[in-house]
Design a protein around this ligand. Sequence first.
Ligand SMILES: [Zn+2]
Ligand SMILES: [Zn+2]
Length: 277
Amino acid sequence: MEPFKLHMLGTGGGRFTMITQQRRTAGIRMVHGGTDIHLDPGPGALVYSNWARLSPQKLDALVVTHCHPDHYTDAEVLVEAMTHGTQDKRGVLAASRSVLQGSDNFDSSVSRYHQNLVKEVHVLGSGSAFEVDDLRFQAMEARHSDADTVGLRVGVPEVGSIGYTSDTAPYNGLGEAYRGCRLLILCVLRPRGKPLKYHLCTDDVLRILEEVKPGCGVLTHFGMSMLNAGPEEEAAYLESETGVPTVSARDGMQIILGEGIEVRGSQKKDEPRLIEA
Ligand SMILES: [Zn+2]
Ligand SMILES: [Zn+2]
């Protein structure tokens, strides 16, 4: 089995975490064999890809779920890297309509010049799908202040499905959208008792984990109030309430899905956590 690896290059979300860089906002690099994908490249994506020795020139695809800066700012420079300094017409750019075309409230966040550099462009809307090598991506509904926002489901041969909620309010059917996911990554901006419109807080995630029952839940995209509450404590609470192994992501953490799920901390001294799921 070819394992599927997630590099949590950034785990911060929302304006003040981004502005202060209390947590990085570099997004997630996904690697499966020789296939490399960057998801939601916010500020720091270029710098921390290089820092983690994950050359952005090896990217095969770039996925941007919506038109907020903590998700899109480094998209254009990653397109330049993916196309080997604009020399080769290659790679996939898949993004919400707002990111590619703009919408009522947003100008497009990837220029036409950059969109023309890549080989394939996919406009994502709820239900649309595309493939990158043997990985199958499906866009899922999200309800966010950018109305074009999408979540994602990634189907990996032999490994199973990985879900990513992106920024969304909880809605009826969200659990259904991610049912059967072995790993579910949740953008949890807020802790218990501190909900914010258009986002998930720990209380929402409790209900989602109970409904989806993934093999493992991963919390990320932390706002300041979540960081103050302590994401580790929130993850421990969710795990004890739901029985779903729940990990609070850290910058530089790696999650490897193979026969089981292995969570490697960012530092050598961190003991890896092995989850049978
Ligand atoms: Zn966000
Ligand atoms: Zn957002």
